[in-house]
Design a protein around this ligand. Structure first.
Ligand SMILES: [Zn+2]
Length: 96
């Protein structure tokens, strides 16, 4: 798989900037990471990918036909085919 390092590089740059904005005494506890990181099971290895989240909600109906009081809410991640920073294909290339 030919994957670029943009996500790691962008995260490192942004984290450095943000760390610089807080007092040094507090920067030891500073952590930053991408949201919506998902472990992907490939054929031979585990990789982590960043997904674009889509949230959804709907009203479940009880067996009695009555709607539930609260909405059922959840979200899924959609993976990008190309890197949004450099345009490199993020799809796994078929192994031969
Ligand atoms: Zn890239």
């Amino acid at each position: 798989m030919s994957e670029c390092k943009c996500f790691d590089e962008v995260l490192a740059k942004v984290a450095n900037k943000l760390r610089g904005r807080i007092p040094e005494s507090e920067s030891a506890s500073f952590k930053a990471d991408w949201q919506n990181k998902t472990i992907v099971f490939g054929e031979e290895e585990l990789t982590t990918k960043i997904g674009l989240p889509i949230s959804y909600e709907f009203q479940k109906i009880k067996k009695s036909g009555e709607p539930h009081k609260n909405l059922t809410k959840d979200s899924i991640n959609v993976f990008m085919n190309y890197c949004p920073f450099c345009g490199t294909s993020l799809k796994e290339e078929p192994s031969q």
